[in-house]
Design a protein around this ligand. Structure first.
Ligand code: ADP
Ligand code: MG
Length: 248
């Protein structure tokens, strides 16, 4: 127990100094072609809201996958919540993922189950008692504006509603970090704004939020930190940044 305590302290110190997400000179190559990431360094502090923008193919999703430990860096160091992803043991991956909420462009819901079940499922797999699940799921569904839609089939929902379900599922286990890879890519402008506003509220409540997006209007309006990638490198990183127009 004392050793665990020492490790926790070490991680807390690392987070304090380097952020909840820390990439140090990270490269990732797939088997063919030029590297998807080429020596990127990035720190995200606890409680930050960060947009990641850049052309298709610039390496944004690869970066997200490294944070989720779906991929391992070819070189350089990736740390999430003070843990070095290269040293993470296989059996430690579920605990890491519990600390990370994630939403995608295509929602990835279980379409044979209703709204309630989609969210409750995320609690069942981490063995939360049924009594708590029955309390937590309605609360989180209300937070994302879906109170009263418990029994709806996901296939009967609009895109905006489906993404809210995905958000509720991502948040139900109280993650430290929320990662969103083009969460508004399939939504109309009104729903896109609503989802982004929700992400902002979630951030204001304390969660670190990283959002990959192509939505120029929203990025320019929200005045958050903007990290711009191009061909596997970070070409700019600005507090209260804007979407950079590509010159070529
Ligand atoms: P983005 O999300 O910014 O569009 P990606 O991270 O998906 O970029 O892709 C970065 C580069 O890596 C692209 O050139 C893409 O073709 C390549 N790539 C992505 N995934 C794979 C894969 N599984 N196998 C081989 N190449 C890949
Ligand atoms: Mg992508």
């Amino acid at each position: 127990m004392r050793r665990k305590e020492a490790i926790r302290k070490q991680q807390a110190k690392f987070i304090e100094e380097n952020g909840v997400i820390c990439l140090n000179n990270v490269s990732k190559s797939y088997s063919s072609g030029s590297p998807a990431l080429n020596g990127i360094s990035l720190k995200v502090r606890r409680g930050e809201f960060v947009f990641i923008v850049g052309d298709s193919g610039s390496g944004k999703s690869t970066l997200i996958k490294l944070l989720l430990r779906e991929l391992v860096a070819s070189s350089g160091q990736v740390s999430v919540m003070g843990r070095d992803m290269a040293k993470l043991r296989r059996r430690e991956i579920p605990r890491l993922r519990r600390n990370l909420g994630v939403v995608f462009q295509d929602f990835r819901l279980l379409n044979d189950r209703n709204v309630y079940e989609n969210v409750a499922f995320a609690q069942r797999i981490v063995e939360i008692p049924g009594r708590e699940i029955r309390r937590n799921v309605p609360a989180i569904l209300a937070t994302v504006g879906l109170a009263g839609k418990y029994k709806a089939k996901t296939t009967q929902l609009s895109g905006g509603e489906q993404q809210r379900v995905a958000l509720a599922r991502a948040l139900i286990n109280n993650p430290s970090i929320l990662l969103a890879d083009e969460p508004t890519g399939n939504l109309d402008p009104k729903n896109s704004w609503e989802i982004m506003k929700l992400l902002e509220e979630i951030n204001e409540a304390g969660t670190t939020v990283v959002v990959v997006t192509h939505n120029r209007e929203i990025v320019n309006a929200m005045q958050k930190r903007v990290v711009t990638m191009k061909k596997g490198v970070i070409i700019s990183d600005e507090e209260e940044g804007a979407y950079i127009d590509d010159e070529d």
